[in-house]
Design a protein around this ligand. Structure first.
Ligand code: ZN
Length: 192
């Protein structure tokens, strides 16, 4: 097996694994914010900082790298001091956990869900939350796979920043099929 084949094989294996992780919901708890994906291929140079798939990237020493710290600061900045619903100071760890998805503090979420329970609307509400989460995973999975499919025969920089060149691309049909099957699988997880 020549070196091109080795790279091609590793690429497929790693990326398919990442795609499967996305399917199984094995992604860091992300909100719908920041998932936006730009299809434009832009030429980046050393020191550029840009957003892609809800993450911040830069080119350092000629390699594409993920800036995790900057992401964290941005998320912190998005959390207001006070809950928009009850106007109380949001200081609990649970507040920061629930705020991105609910736009209110933890206590307000608990109250809201108790109210729904009383009104008999809880099941519908939780089903919607469940389906919404699957929608988000589907979007993220589709973006990820389409990015892989369009990347084609270009040189490829892994998330760790290693640069890999390969020629002749990879099995596009296989990835397209994998994408469709993944989306179908996720669709079936929705509560109808
Ligand atoms: Zn509140």
């Amino acid at each position: 097996m020549n070196s091109d084949n080795v790279l091609k094989k590793e690429f497929s294996k790693n990326d398919v694994q990442r795609a499967r992780n996305l399917i199984s919901g094995n992604i860091s708890a992300r909100t719908t914010e920041g998932i936006g994906y730009s299809k434009k291929h832009e030429h980046r140079v050393e020191g550029d900082v840009w957003e892609e798939n809800g993450r911040t990237w830069t080119i350092k020493n000629g390699l594409k790298q993920n800036i995790t710290k900057m992401d964290k600061f941005k998320k912190m900045g998005k959390l207001p001091l006070f809950c928009p619903e009850c106007n109380k100071l949001m200081k609990k760890h649970l507040d920061t956990k629930v705020f991105p998805a609910y736009q209110k503090c933890f206590d307000c979420v608990v109250d809201y869900e108790a109210q729904l329970q009383k009104e008999g609307k809880a099941e519908e509400y939780f089903n919607n939350l469940h389906n919404e989460r699957i929608n988000n995973i589907q979007k993220e999975y589709e973006n990820f796979m389409k990015e892989k499919i369009t990347e084609g025969s270009n040189s490829y920089v892994t998330e760790r920043g290693d640069k890999e060149d390969w020629k002749g691309g990879f099995d596009k049909e296989y990835l397209e099929k994998e994408l469709q099957e993944g989306l179908e699988y996720l669709e079936n997880l929705k509560i109808k």
